[in-house]
Ligand binder design. Structure first.
Ligand code: X90
Length: 282
């Protein structure tokens, strides 16, 4: 019997960074198309190479979700699988995973596969993976599968996501977010802060001028969004470790969170967050 955690590559946890003796972990890569170059978002992807290609490329760039067969292959490798995907309102990935589950269950009805829409991406998915690992490690056996899935759905609903980017071009050009209007678009030094709605769509929440005020506005937004007492926070950054460290310090100063972890964005989140982007899951 193998416990199996699968997620798409928008989860900013590299496969090599997952630690467990008893649980298998796999990320299924999305594909990133930059001009006529295609990048597969796996552990081998070098994010600075992707960003260089994006900076050089003038024609449209896009991304594509994994195939149902790619998910089916990942699900076949375990007996009890929990799969987390990027928000179904942002990507076809969730539907591909559900189709992959149906393919596997047709061949192997004895297997268990639960696909959960994270209604988010990035750090929130890292937190879901970690919680799944803890629950699986303390489970008695496969009979605990349904309870574990219920607990993960509750945890998903309690998680929040917000982010600030220097550049919203790829999100807007690829239709994942409505264009920014007027002053937001043109004022130098204005930082837009956005968050995830409960449905997993993107919402422009606030704006602030300058770095320090932006981080304060983020902690105010976090405070208003839920009781952050004891919360675990994951900051994903796209080539912006100094910004992530300053944001972490602001969070620790303003909120009673348990801890703040900083991770570099993998490929998919780098493609959309673009250089200097910061994404928080908590
Ligand atoms: O199917 C595909 O090609 C993938 C499409 C992904 C689209 C958006 C990814 C955005 C990641 C910004 C953080 C957004 C958090 C919002 C949660 C609702 C980077």
């Amino acid at each position: 019997m193998t416990w199996n955690i699968v997620c798409d590559s928008s989860c900013d946890l590299r496969m090599a960074a997952f630690e467990s003796d008893s649980i298998r972990f796999e990320t299924v890569p999305l594909r990133l198309q930059v001009g006529d170059r295609e990048f597969l978002d796996n552990d081998d992807l070098v994010v600075p190479d992707l960003l260089d290609a994006m900076a050089e490329e003038k024609s449209a760039s896009s991304t594509a979700c994994p195939s149902p067969a790619a998910f089916a292959r990942a699900f076949e490798s375990g007996s009890c699988t929990v799969c987390f995907t990027i928000s179904a309102n942002l990507s076809g990935t969730y539907n591909a995973a559900v189709m992959g589950r149906d393919m596997v269950l047709e061949e192997h009805p004895e297997k268990k596969v639960c696909v959960i829409d994270s209604k988010s991406t990035a750090g929130a998915m890292v937190l879901l993976v970690r919680r799944a690992r803890e629950l699986m490690e303390s489970a008695a056996g496969p009979e605990d599968f349904d309870v574990i899935c219920d607990q993960l759905r509750l945890y998903q609903a309690a998680l929040r996501t917000c982010f600030t980017l220097e550049n919203f071009d790829n999100l807007i050009k690829n239709g994942r977010m409505r264009p920014l209007v007027g002053t937001l678009l043109h004022s130098l030094g204005i930082h837009v802060i956005a968050d995830a709605t409960p449905q997993g769509t993107i919402h422009v929440a606030d704006k602030a001028r300058g770095e320090a005020k932006t981080y304060k506005a983020i902690t105010a937004l976090m405070k208003a969004s839920k009781d952050c007492t004891g919360a675990e926070v994951v900051i994903s950054h796209c080539e912006n470790l100094p910004g992530a460290i300053k944001l972490k310090q602001q969070i620790l100063a303003d909120l009673p969170v348990k801890n703040v972890e900083i991770l570099p964005c993998r490929g998919l989140t780098s493609f959309y967050a673009m250089e200097k982007g910061l994404i928080l899951g908590y």
